[in-house]
Ligand binder design. Structure first.
Ligand SMILES: Nc1ncnc2c1ncn2[C@@H]1O[C@H](COP(=O)(O)OP(=O)(O)OP(=O)(O)O)[C@@H](O)[C@H]1O
Ligand SMILES: [Mg+2]
Length: 134
């Protein structure tokens, strides 16, 4: 498990991962509220060369970022109530392409995610510290 001792470290970890991506990767982010999933995705976007500011898609369910080295789709399953709802917003189509897809609360509907999905698990340690398992 990698320890992140600050928001900046979580951003940097995301950025490093973002720099390695080649397109088509699906990253499922699992972990309790406030463990740093959104901040990690902000870093991912930075690593992909995306200049837009990244915010949680909690209410809109999906954000698409273009203009970087690869497109980034950012989902958050937190407010989704069923697999049917996830499919209705076009999840399968997003997963099919060459974009990178990051899914917060991906463990909520893990049946919808392919076997190739990379799981990243976030843990709350002490104040200001998070554990990130790749
Ligand atoms: N090491 C750390 N890494 C990331 N965030 C941290 C860290 N230490 C403290 N924090 C704080 O934890 C919170 C993480 O928020 P963030 O929105 O990234 O979490 P989240 O996992 O996406 O939550 P949610 O499940 O609500 O979507 C922020 O308020 C941030 O300031
Ligand atoms: Mg979040």
């Amino acid at each position: 498990m990698t320890i992140s001792s600050s928001v900046d470290q979580t951003l940097s970890l995301g950025e490093s991962v973002g720099q390695t991506l080649r397109g088509g990767e699906i990253l499922a982010l699992a972990g309790d509220l406030g463990t740093g999933k959104t901040h990690f995705v902000k870093g991912l976007a930075r690593g992909l060369g995306i200049k837009d500011s990244v915010s949680s898609p909690t209410f809109t369910l999906i954000h698409e970022y273009r203009g970087g080295r690869l497109p980034l789709n950012h989902f958050d399953f937190y407010r989704l109530n069923s697999e049917t709802e996830a499919l209705a917003i076009g999840l399968d189509e997003y997963l099919d392409g060459d974009a990178v897809t990051a899914i917060e609360w991906g463990d909520k509907f893990q049946n919808l995610l392919p076997a190739s999905t990379r799981w990243i698990r976030f843990h709350h340690l002490e104040e200001g510290k998070r554990g990130i398992e790749f």
